[in-house]
Design a protein around this ligand. Sequence first.
Ligand SMILES: Cc1ncc(COP(=O)(O)O)c(C=O)c1O
Length: 449
Amino acid sequence: MVWCHTATRSLRGFQGFQDCLPVARKRNCNIILVGVIFKMAQPFIKIPLLDLEAQHRPIRDEIFKAVTRVIDSQKFILGEEVAAFEREIADYCGVPFAIGCASGTDALFLALMAAGIKAGDQVLTTPYSFFASAGAIALIGAVPVFADVDPVTFNLDPARVSEVLEKMPGIRAIIVVHLFGGCADMDPLIALAEKHALILIEDAAQAIGAEYKGRRTGSMGHIGCFSFYPSKNLGAWGDGGLLTTRDAQTAEHLRALRIHGSTSKYVHQWAGLNSRLDTLQAAVLRVKLSHLDHWTKARQENAERYRTLLAQSPVALRSPSDSQTRHVYNQLVIQSAKRDDLRDYLASNGVGTEIYYPLPLHLQPCFRHLAYRTGDFPVSETLSREILALPVYPELSEQNIAYVASLVHTFYSESGEHGGRGSRSTCGGLAEPRRNEALDLNLKCPEEP
Ligand SMILES: Cc1ncc(COP(=O)(O)O)c(C=O)c1O
């Protein structure tokens, strides 16, 4: 009987199976047979973490027209298509200058070059991000220095940054990441950058269109860096990246650096990269940019649905939503001490999830020489163990969200835990996450039973 129950769970969503059970129960021998057949079958419902085909279908003709325009022109390097995209995205981000390049990683590298960062310089960043945030620092020969993140925003904690800056006066720049589509707490970080005369670079790869107190990502620091990797909210048909700045001189410098440091043909002011935004990608991105706001709105609505449906569950629904910031939900994440079991359970029921990021940057093998240890950044380390991203893409249906949320509830009720109690996130010995009633963050620090 227990075994049959397991089979039922793995078949959630298979219409008719539940109806067969009463009959099967009356004829004991058939229960096993039915169970064997269905246990081996794939779950009927499949909800991927991201569904780019669903995004593509309604805009296919529009994009093909734009791509055909480039093909017919046979102009594949920079040109008007890239320039037009740069103007449109500068406008979108609220800055005067945008410079396309080949990837988000190159954007970070170019930003560091333009900031004059050299081998041996120290650059502060977060240990809880995609590798590129720290990788670009190492690649230029500089030394990544880490400070822990805030348990609510998941981004650099200004208090921790301040401590590190006081201890290490040689630091020359900060790369602040707006992780998962939510902004870092920029005002105190800007104040610290001013106080210590540092270059402030925004890694907005996951946060195009996100806002902090009315200002868009990429418009608050000296240079903003964006990625158009296909899974980003504005995703290309391959790699692509972009830099933003409010400073005309920096813009000219970056424009040169992406084409071998050349200011005029065969004259090289600096040694730069070959890192241009592909013209075909610019054509694709221009079409997609015109849809970005309603995709973002759909992501936000999906996040709010999860927030409501999971309000009584033992998982802490992360990603703050408040009147001061506009979160764009490149990822919607929950925090759970049972993250790995929950992930297996969702996978066995056809739901795709992802762990961002299982190993914090200070513990990466390539940074062993920096001599950081486990325990140095407890918030980041706990998040690496407990965070799980759920599907939140714009085309996700209400029913699918309800299904995912119901699986989360079932997972906990079957493990003997119910809403509001049980093993929520451990908070891992962290400072207790702030509950900001005024802003209605709906972020709860788990209470022990
Ligand atoms: C926070 C962050 N920074 C930088 C990058 C690098 O972007 P790309 O993959 O376009 O090089 C990514 C991409 O995943 C990212 O998430």
